[in-house]
Design a protein around this ligand. Structure first.
Ligand code: GDP
Ligand code: MG
Length: 612
């Protein structure tokens, strides 16, 4: 293809606004997928993605399209993930494009990810084409939303396309507009080969599949390539385009998008954002934009049965092959035994990984409450006095990603916690409720803008720890589902934090420790012991549950000893009923973890999640 006839574009949208459905319609319109073979959401390949209706990994598909000017164009649709946890991947994928369709549900209107993604697209210098979707819905208000959208991006509301991705109405016009308005890719003919990796994932049969967009030069099968950030080099084994099934091709030229294999064993070696160049004739400078993905949320994963530990390690090794943004290292808990401290991009990422462990590897796990990573400045200590559990850096600053490892207060001069800049978009009726929630979560207001009479954009700086738990759910419930949230990391801030420990039967259970703001510590401790009293079943003896800061007890409850045996009730009764009861009891037990003499169910370890 001549470069003037290539158009690389992405669809950006808030979740559920119809991105996958529109992509499906485009595949049908360009005759790539016969209706017979068609299954909904063709591009969402992973089983989990399908079930949850979300797109986790960016993909690219090549669609030859004959436009109304009679010319054949090559449209490359680069799919982007829609969730906040993956905004790093969104911006990498957008760097492979010159244009973006900003898709907005005409009934719901603009949501936080609409705007967050719009900013990412503007930052990447893309031509943005606004499109309203779902105009077939009776609740659609296309005129009103076209005005809002138009004023946000400086477009005449009459020029905003209105479509139904479901019926296909108006989709052709979207393709025409891409051809008209999106620039063809640019290339420098004197530059050595450079291709941007915008996605890579692991395939059990073929190794790592690396999705690239060629910027300068060309790629061919058998070419020896080098990845500039990791230094990995090898021969290209297969070079393919996705159209929509992978098809071999003997050249990818400037502006073209495809995928390659080169006997790469781990996604870590072919990282998103890295530049592919020719090994013998390398480019001098990589393409801009490589950044290490940083885990933001941490949690301990422990096998319920300690014999599963080696299997858990294998499973994590394998997951990591496919997901370089996920980290883990072994740790030991006095309460839970051997396990791993895992790092995730966000809560959804954490849920996805735990679900895959459960589903694909079938290892019953105890997951501790998620927490963030703190930077802790320590009192300078005489040599040899430092806590051996930490690698004490020369400047006396350590990173703590497990609350149980927070040093005692007298050793600490300062704790710095990660903060984020959050954007909440809400109907104006709920502004008060949103402000109240943000302030309760230690938020500091940065900005408030009325986008229209009904829609308000609020910006807050918030501690990440205050939003990883249940902030999103609270926000939804207090705004009847209308508000939406997006956030990005904004460094760290000093905060007055303390470690609250929980003691069961007089013994501190390290897996229950958490880091809390001093002003909230008492309320937190009280709520936590009450919650645990509810969740931990009665034992043969009284179990005191206490919360403490250092050696100071701040709250206490008692789980009373159990009086009756389960079977006592149906003594002499029907045998099958008895067996059923026993079985149920055994099942309940399976999910418990014995800590000292006390059996604790899995829910208790994430009790902190619902304590407020
Ligand atoms: P995504 O999260 O942006 O990929 O959204 P999906 O494409 O998965 O769509 C979310 C939901 O909206 C699905 O139930 C779709 O069937 C539905 N949907 C998408 N486009 C339309 C449309 O034009 N009209 C109607 N009525 N429903 C639509
Ligand atoms: Mg989708």
């Amino acid at each position: 293809y001549q470069i003037e006839r290539i158009r690389n574009f992405a669809i950006i949208a808030h979740i559920d606004h119809g991105k996958s459905t529109l992509a499906d319609r485009m595949l049908q319109l360009t005759d790539l997928v016969e209706s017979r073979q068609f299954r909904d959401q063709y591009l969402d390949r992973m089983e989990l993605e399908r079930e949850r209706g979300i797109t986790i990994k960016a993909q690219a598909v090549r669609m030859p399209y004959t436009a109304s000017d009679g010319q054949e164009y090559l449209l490359n649709l680069i799919d982007t993930p829609g969730h906040v946890d993956f905004s790093y991947e969104v911006s990498r994928a957008l760097n492979g494009c010159e244009g973006a369709i900003l898709l907005v549900d005409a009934a719901q209107g603009m949501q936080a990810q609409t705007i967050a993604n719009l900013y990412l697209a503007i930052e990447a210098g893309l031509e943005v084409i606004p499109v309203l979707n779902k105009i077939d819905l009776p609740a659609a208000r296309p005129e009103q939303i076209a005005v809002e959208l138009g004023s946000l991006i400086g477009e005449d509301p009459d020029d905003v396309l209105a479509i139904s991705a479901k019926t296909g109405d108006g989709v052709q016009e979207v393709l025409e507009r891409i051809v008209e308005r999106v620039d063809p890719p640019r290339t420098d003919p004197d530059e050595a080969t450079r291709a941007l990796i915008f996605d890579s994932h692991y395939d059990a049969y073929r190794g790592v599949l690396t999705y690239v967009r060629v910027v300068d030069g060309e790629l061919r099968p058998r070419q020896e390539i080098r990845l500039m950030a990791t230094g990995f080099h090898n021969e290209i084994d297969q070079l393919q385009v996705v159209s929509p099934e992978p098809t071999s091709i003997d050249r990818l030229g400037p502006g073209e998008v495809g995928l390659l294999t080169a006997a790469i064993k781990e996604v870590d070696q072919a990282r998103v954002g890295d530049t592919v160049t020719d090994h013998k004739n390398p480019a001098e400078k990589p393409l801009p934009g490589y950044r290490e993905p940083t885990p933001m949320v941490f949690s301990g994963l422990y096998p319920v049965d300690s014999e599963d530990f080696p299997d858990l390690r294998d499973a994590l090794d394998r997951l990591r092959l496919n997901d370089a943004s996920f980290t883990y290292e072994p740790e030991t808990s006095a309460a839970l035994g051997f396990g791993f401290r895992c790092g995730f991009l966000g809560l959804l990422h954490m849920e996805i990984i735990s679900e895959r462990l459960d589903r694909e590897y079938d290892i019953p796990l105890v997951t501790t409450a998620p927490n963030v990573r703190y930077e802790v400045a320590l009192e300078q200590q005489p040599k040899g006095g430092a806590d051996r559990a930490h690698d004490l850096a020369a400047d006396g600053v350590i990173e703590v990603s497990n609350p149980a490892e927070m040093p005692p207060p007298h050793q600490i001069t300062e704790i710095r916690e990660p903060v984020v800049d959050a954007m909440v978009l809400t109907p104006s009726d709920f502004v008060g409720a949103v402000m109240q929630l943000c302030e309760h979560r230690r938020g500091e207001m940065l900005k408030m803008d009325y986008l229209s009479e009904e829609r308000v954009e609020l910006r807050y700086r918030l501690p990440l720890a205050e939003i990883v738990f249940d902030f999103f759910d609270r926000l939804k419930s207090q705004t009847r589902g209308y508000a939406s949230l997006d956030y990005e990391p904004a460094g760290r801030q000093v905060a007055d934090l303390v470690r609250v420990d929980v003691l069961l039967n007089g013994e501190s259970v390290d897996a229950f420790s958490s880091i809390v703001h001093r002003d909230k510590a008492y309320d937190y401790g009280k709520a936590m012991v009450e919650k645990l009293k509810e969740l931990i079943p009665r034992q043969m003896f009284d179990v005191p549950v206490q919360a403490a800061i250092g050696s100071k007890i701040i709250a206490r409850e008692t789980i009373k000893a159990r009086r009756k045996d389960v079977l006592a009730k149906c003594y002499g009764g029907d045998v099958t009923r008895k067996r059923k009861l026993l079985e149920r009891q055994k099942e309940g037990k399976k999910k418990m973890k014995a800590v000292g003499a006390v059996d604790i169910p899995q829910e208790a370890f994430v009790a902190a999640l619902s304590v407020d």
